[in-house]
Design a protein around this ligand. Sequence first.
Ligand SMILES: C[S@@+](CC[C@H](N)C(=O)[O-])C[C@H]1O[C@@H](n2cnc3c(N)ncnc32)[C@H](O)[C@@H]1O
Length: 299
Amino acid sequence: MSKNKVRKLSNSPFRYPGGKFYARKLILPCIPKHDKYCEPFVGGGSIFFAKPNTKVNILNDKDSELINTYIQIRDNVEDLINLLDGIPASKELHKYYKLDYSPSNDLERAMRWFYLNRTSYSGIMKQANCYWGYGDKYSMRPENWPKHLRTTSGRLKLVKFLSLDFQEVIEYLEEDFFLFIDPPYFGADQDKFYSCSFNLEDHYRLSEVLEKNSSKFKFLITYDNVPEIREMYNWCTSIQDNEWNYTINRTDDQKNKKKLSDGYKSNRYKGKEIFITNYDINNVSGVEPFVFIKQLSLF
Ligand SMILES: C[S@@+](CC[C@H](N)C(=O)[O-])C[C@H]1O[C@@H](n2cnc3c(N)ncnc32)[C@H](O)[C@@H]1O
């Protein structure tokens, strides 16, 4: 039997709206080498999964259902796989898990969250906008979930999870961390995606708490390219413009019912964001992407 080696960039266990999956290759070269890593707004963690693990990793998100699911994947992955075993991706079950199912423990909560996340339109979990959005042709099929869960479980072993407001996390950190910070966008649309809302005051509060603690750590924050944010972060060292293609499904697509039908795949969009840092972004050696090697049987 002959075997080939396939190098593959490691991936999030989730589909996540506003995730940085498509920007991974732009962001990694801007991250300086570090031993301690923290994401105060981890979401689907595209950047955490794309870079090598460090000795200390703190991942936080205010969404406690998301964090519970990460913890179950880290600590109880085989039990989670057993609970998901044999459950097909179907519109009826999506409705059942969204509206009727009452989990009785943390493992069942994680199973429900994971099932809905993998089968919902663009991974949007906010109850009001959580629509059926699975298609055999473009979604990861349930028979492939266990393998993916086991791989990500391994990556999470060295992670400490928190489910707090970002300010508590940033103030709690000791020195020398690197922080990748990806808050909800300044644009109001973001409220449609996430279970926790983030208002204008929160955006200002984030800038203030970062400025106050800026000498303790290095950070890179990604934001939409708008004058208000440039102004809010005018105390930083670098503000760099970036562009990439992505396929996030937009709220206006959701209003347009025909696009919510089975098999619909969103259009590609152009991401235009700024990377803001408290270090010189043009003078960084950057971290290498994390790749795992898959043995591929040809016969
Ligand atoms: C843009 S998403 C992060 C996406 C992530 N970087 C990825 O690649 O998937 C923003 C996240 O911030 C979280 N969030 C909202 N308000 C928060 C708060 N006050 N403190 C911490 N997390 C918050 C949301 O639940 C959401 O997961």
